[in-house]
Each structure stands twice: as C-alpha cells, then as structure tokens.
Design a protein around this ligand. Structure first.
Ligand SMILES: [Zn+2]
Length: 173
C-alpha cells in the first residue's frame, strides 16, 4: 500500500493498524480497504472447458477464467454476466454457484484483496470471441486442464474443486 498522506487532512504519517484499515492519527480519519467482490465462470461445452489467456498483468500470458470485478451497485451474478459479455461477447444461461476463495490482485502499485466467487455454466462456443483484457481463448478437455498455468491460486483452487482434485498442502508458515 503506497498511500502516504491522509486523504482527508493531508497530514503525513498514516497508520495501517490492520490490513483492512488505514488510519490518520492527526484527524481521526479511517479508510476501510475491504475485499473487492470478483466473479469468474467455469464454462463448459460437453467435456471441455473454456480458459482465457490474460492480455495484461498481473499474470499476462497466463490462463484465467472469464470474469472480473463487480462494479459498485451491481450484484455478483449481474457483474459476472456483464464481464462475460465484455470479454467473450456471449450471454450465458443458468449459472450455478461453486464456491468462493480469497485472492490478491496487484495492480498499479496497489495490492487489492479480493473475494473471488466462482460459478459454473454451459456455453455455446459458436461466435465466442476474445475481447477486452482477454488475449485468446483456449478449450481444454476436462481430463487435462493445465491448472498450473492458471494465474491465480483462488481460481486454481476453484478448478481443483470442480474437477474433484485435492488442493496441494499449504506451505508451512
Ligand atoms: Zn487526517
């Protein structure tokens, strides 16, 4: 976190008593940095799954699930449907909740904490295109999904749950 001066009074010396809280001892201003809601979709066509290639950092060139951040004032499913329109040019039908996983997203010198909510659904591959921050689309058979090429640990965990695989043990702390 690179914020130095209080956005309310301009004083130097902001404190970060918790990961989610920035506090100014001079004027008492407190800014909460809550986890941002984000959503992703595991979209299948028969026995194959759609993965996207990231066009931008973080994780440029690595694989991803289509989706993105929820806008203020937007529901998580509506935000996901908007992202799928923007990234793939597609309207998806029924979406089923799979689970949620925490993630971090470093962008522009700030590391955002997110809660990634993952849904599953089916998609008609006809007319799908890569738009926006998607460089390309890749279809992979469910039996050989290259999970290690997926950029974010949250989405790797989601794919493992979907595919019935175990998460690797957490590194010792
Ligand atoms: Zn202040």
């Amino acid at each position: 976190m690179t914020m130095r001066y209080c956005p309310s009074c301009g004083a130097d010396g902001l404190a970060r008593p918790e990961l989610k809280k920035v506090h100014c001892p001079a004027c008492g201003f407190t800014l909460y940095l809550n986890a941002a809601a984000a959503a992703a979709a595991i979209l299948t066509d028969g026995d194959r799954i759609l993965l996207t290639v990231r066009a931008r950092d973080p994780g440029k060139g690595m694989l991803d699930l289509p989706g993105g951040f929820t806008d203020p004032g937007e529901g998580i499913e509506d935000g996901l449907r908007r992202e799928l329109r923007e990234e793939l040019g597609v309207e998806v039908g029924h979406l089923t909740y799979l689970g949620s996983w925490p993630n971090t997203y470093p962008y522009g010198g700030v590391t955002y904490t997110t809660c990634d909510v993952v849904f599953t659904g089916m998609v008609d591959p006809t007319g799908l295109q890569a738009f926006d921050d998607v460089a390309a689309l890749e279809w992979h058979p469910l039996a050989t999904v290259p999970i290690e090429r997926v950029a974010f640990p949250s989405l790797r965990s989601a794919l493992r749950r979907y595919l019935g695989k175990m998460d690797p043990p957490s590194p010792a702390t």
